[in-house]
Design a protein around this ligand. Sequence first.
Ligand SMILES: [Zn+2]
Length: 48
Amino acid sequence: MVEGRCMKCKQNREMKDVEEVVMKNGMKAAKGICTVCGTKMYKILGKA
Ligand SMILES: [Zn+2]
């Protein structure tokens, strides 16, 4: 399970449907959906 900060819940939440992506600035991030409210969330993982 990956945890990230949900902007809507304003709390750390578990993410579902987690997908690893590389952003334009070269940083790796995990993209997922908040298990509580369904909002899209990102977690920065560091440099790719
Ligand atoms: Zn949420």
